[in-house]
Design a binder for this molecule. Structure first.
Ligand code: FMN
Length: 304
């Protein structure tokens, strides 16, 4: 029996439910030659902003037990350079390209970006990064249900593309924010971005990251991410893309059982660039072994 791995995310149809997460796979060209990129379910780009960004000062990353702290600060070449220099490589892959976008100036810049990208055929969907913990100076949009609703609603009016809203785990009630995004017209959710953390070198008494606080990713956050996917799944109807510390198929399966329609790998790519392909193979084996014909049957199959 060959299990069916295809899933739908809004108007997107993916040949398998495994994608690579924003910021942990560059613009895919960086991983050329390390794995067969065509086998990925989808590629999510590093977040792109309207204007180029230099990002935060160094040190920007540091390892912690079972985790990685990062404060890259959304370094990227800006949308026009992305379209000119990065998209030509991506579009040749024949893999759906989900473009992650963000803005510091909030709504207006998001709308300019969404309008600009609405015309670009090769961009299959937009992921709204309203949850980056490394942009200095203001509260995250995704920490406030009303701000989330307003932003998603405004973007919804400007684009016919599939909208995926990426939420932050740095909240008390994830379901509330998930519902706000759904109500505003988001086609899907990405859960979760990094958890805010901090690490100190006790010899120097200095923070290990120049911006002091940073985003924690990797296996350390997986139980939190699985819990949040489950909490959101019990409240919303739109598909959820689960992520947070997925290193292998077993980890990915937890997210499906909790309610995810698809999964995404971030930090794992830095350790083993082929992780996502190994996850696809492992999911296939599990479905065959358990005589499950369709990956959709696994979604939310948690027994209590
Ligand atoms: C170095 C690094 C850079 C990241 N950059 C972005 C980014 O630009 N946009 C975004 O939405 N998420 C970004 N993330 C968050 C990941 O996409 C993902 O949500 C998070 O790391 C949890 O998944 P993981 O534990 O598999 O890495 C970044 C993560 C890392 C480790």
């Amino acid at each position: 029996m060959k299990p069916n791995l295809t899933v739908n995310i809004g108007r997107l149809r993916l040949k398998n439910p495994v994608m690579v997460a924003s910021g942990a796979f560059g613009y895919a060209q960086e991983f050329k030659g390390l794995l067969d990129l065509k086998k990925l379910g989808a590629i999510v780009t590093k977040t792109v902003t309207l204007k180029p960004r230099k990002g935060n000062p160094s040190p920007r990353t540091c390892e912690t037990p079972s985790g990685l702290l990062n404060s890259i600060g959304l370094e990227n070449p800006g949308v026009e350079a992305f379209l000119k220099e990065k998209l030509p490589f991506l579009k040749k892959l024949a893999v759906p390209i989900i473009m992650s976008i963000a803005s510091e100036a909030r709504t207006e810049e998001f709308l300019i970006l969404a309008r600009r990208l609405d015309k670009i055929r090769e961009v299959a969907a937009l992921e709204l990064n309203i949850s980056c913990p490394n942009m200095q100076g203001h509260k995250l949009i995704s920490q406030d249900p009303k701000a989330t609703y307003d932003l998603v609603k405004a973007v919804r009016k400007t684009t016919g593309k599939t909208i995926i809203t990426k939420l932050s785990p740095n909240v008390t009630d994830i379901a509330k924010i998930a519902l706000a995004a759904e109500k505003a017209g988001s086609d899907a959710l990405s859960l979760v971005n990094t958890l805010t953390g901090m690490s100190i070198d006790v010899k120097t008494k200095r923070p290990r990251i120049a911006t002091v606080t940073a985003g924690l990713s990797g296996p350390a956050i997986r139980p939190v991410a699985v819990r949040m996917v489950w909490e959101a799944y019990t409240k919303v109807k739109i598909p959820i893309i689960g992520m947070g510390g997925i290193m292998n198929a077993q980890d990915a399966l937890e997210f499906f059982i909790a309610g995810a329609t698809a999964v995404s790998l971030g930090t794992a790519n830095f350790i083993e660039p082929r992780s996502s392909l190994q996850v696809i193979a492992g999911i296939k084996d599990y479905l065959a072994e358990h005589k499950i014909r369709d990956i959709g049957q696994l979604k939310g199959s948690l027994k209590r």
